[in-house]
Write a protein that binds this ligand. Structure first.
Ligand code: ADP
Ligand code: MG
Ligand code: MG
Length: 241
């Protein structure tokens, strides 16, 4: 069954049809990657899913419920959480304090401190717990943001280019975090450019191109698809920030 589905989703910017009748689904408990050339409409599609943009046509369904008219916070409350590329951390506060803020919605006292410790360990940030978040490396900041997103206990986590700017070792460690979350039952939809990372984490891949679904399939099928490689040529190695 699908945890998330879109039906005929449409979004224009002026004369530009950026999301063009997209029918899409993420299976419950699935790791799904959304790939496609720069400008394909991936980030716009995410913003439609979380309610930051309103579509001109079509529907977004979450766990079978039509959420198209719901505000972003109402979607988050239902278990749809997102980590964007834009930093969402408090740079002047410590790593541990950032996590404390994110967790305080549903925890306090001893369970709050033990959950902070568990998250610091999970995020490879134990050594950095007392550092100000603004002094972290780029990769560590990304991990802290993932930590803040999963503090909300999502059933579906959306990640927009989670490995952008990361070293290969950091990228691999991020993949292990995604896999561990998935083992705990969290479905993940990630926009990605790094095909090694896609191979590491994805069960299914969707290729977006000029606002439409160009191809969809298992990771092996998509990686081996020459038509996909042709629209994607040069993109996977291009600078990503
Ligand atoms: P991707 O994430 O795949 O690189 P985007 O969704 O960011 O693609 O952009 C898709 C297209 O829509 C691009 O041509 C971009 O310039 C355009 N676009 C994105 N956001 C806006 C906006 N707020 N206003 C006008 N055009 C936009
Ligand atoms: Mg882009
Ligand atoms: Mg984008």
């Amino acid at each position: 069954t699908a945890i998330l589905e879109t039906r005929g989703l449409d979004k224009h910017f002026g004369g530009l049809h950026v999301t063009n009748g997209v029918d899409f689904s993420v299976g419950d408990g699935e790791v799904h990657c959304l790939i496609g050339p720069n400008g394909a409409g991936k980030s716009t599609f995410f913003r439609l899913l979380i309610g930051e943009y309103t579509p001109e046509g079509g529907q977004v369904l979450y766990r079978g419920e039509d959420i198209t008219a719901l505000k972003p916070f109402e979607r988050v409350r239902r278990g749809l959480s997102v980590k964007f590329q834009v930093p969402g951390i408090f740079p002047g506060l410590t790593v541990a304090h950032n996590l404390e803020i994110a967790l305080q919605h549903h925890l306090e006292g001893a369970s709050l401190s033990s959950e902070i410790r568990r998250l610091l360990d999970f995020l490879n940030l134990k050594e950095a717990a007392g550092e100000r978040a603004g002094t972290l490396s780029h990769g560590q900041k990304q991990w802290l943001e993932i930590g803040m997103a999963i503090s909300l206990k999502p059933r579906l986590l959306l990640l927009d280019e989670p490995t952008a700017g990361m070293s290969p070792a950091e990228t691999f460690a991020t993949g292990e975090m995604v896999q561990a979350l998935n083992r705990d039952g969290v479905a993940i939809l990630a926009i990605e450019h790094d095909m090694a990372f896609v191979r590491q984490i994805a069960q299914r891949v969707t290729v977006l191109h000029v606002g439409r679904i160009f191809a969809q399939g298992s990771t092996d099928e998509i990686v081996a698809n020459e038509a996909v490689a042709a629209i994607y040529l040069g993109e996977t190695e291009a600078p990503r920030r």
